[in-house]
Design a protein around this ligand. Sequence first.
Ligand SMILES: [Zn+2]
Ligand SMILES: [Zn+2]
Length: 223
Amino acid sequence: MREVVDGVFELRLGYVNVHVIITDDGVVLVDTGLPGRSQLIERALQGIRRPLGEVTTILITHHHPDHVGSLAELRRRTGARVVAHAADAPNITGAIATAAPAGRIGKLVSRLIGTVEPTKIDQLITADGSEPLPGFTALHTPGHTRGHVSYLLDRSGGVLFAGDAAASRRGRVSGPPRAVTADPVRAGHSLARLAELEFEHAVFGHGRAVSGMAVEAFRKSIT
Ligand SMILES: [Zn+2]
Ligand SMILES: [Zn+2]
């Protein structure tokens, strides 16, 4: 696990990242990786001397299986409060089945992923700009999914948890892959909106963290 900035850790689980934030109110996770990853997450937390039981909140960016795969298991094992946007909630709670991603690559991906166990959500985000917990602002960034949320943490000049609203590759930021994005036009608007904010650091569902004037990489991505 790599410390991006003070108390913010990036855990790479294959092609997807889980983020860990140490706060005064316990450990916060942003997303949970694919199904069956809770033990890997537990081990990573032990590496920074934090037992799994210290996880108090799990912030979800969106309902895709590589982000909510281990959510049910982690919620059960930690008793943590789960936060997600209302528009993605039915896919997480199992009220509606998640449609398989489009295209051949999408089909291959869903076969590799396995089955995601549905789970309850403890706190629904309905208002853009709400604060699900102190220091974290929830930004509704639809497009990749309808209820996609990015989180902005007020720490070290600002840390953006972009989820799949953006991805990074060798320090360059781009929008999410179209093949797995519900509404690419809206996703473009969401990316432009993020580029108007101010933050020093950004972390992503896929790709490495960008540190130091990270918002500039977002601004470049939309020009
Ligand atoms: Zn996604
Ligand atoms: Zn993803």
